[in-house]
Ligand binder design. Sequence first.
Ligand SMILES: [Zn+2]
Ligand SMILES: [Zn+2]
Length: 81
Amino acid sequence: MLILKPNCECCNKDLPADSPEAVICSFECTFCKNCADTVLHGVCPNCGGMLLNRPIRPKAMLEKHPASTERVFKSEGCSPS
Ligand SMILES: [Zn+2]
Ligand SMILES: [Zn+2]
C-alpha cells in the first residue's frame, strides 16, 4: 500500500493526504510540486526516478488506512540535479 508521507523531503512543507501539491516517485519519496518543478525538474534526487502526482486516497479509505505521520526530511536540502 502506498505510504502517504506528511511532508516534502526537500523543504519540509506539509503535504496532507488530500493535498493536490504532492508528488512521489515509485519508491514513495515525497515532494511538493514546487520543489519537483523548480529544484528537481521532475526527477527524484534519491533514486533518479520520475516524480508524478500523488493519487489522493478517498476519505473513507483514509479512515481505514490512515496516512503516515512519520516525517522524512533531508536537513541539508535537495541539491539541484
Ligand atoms: Zn518542497
Ligand atoms: Zn525516489
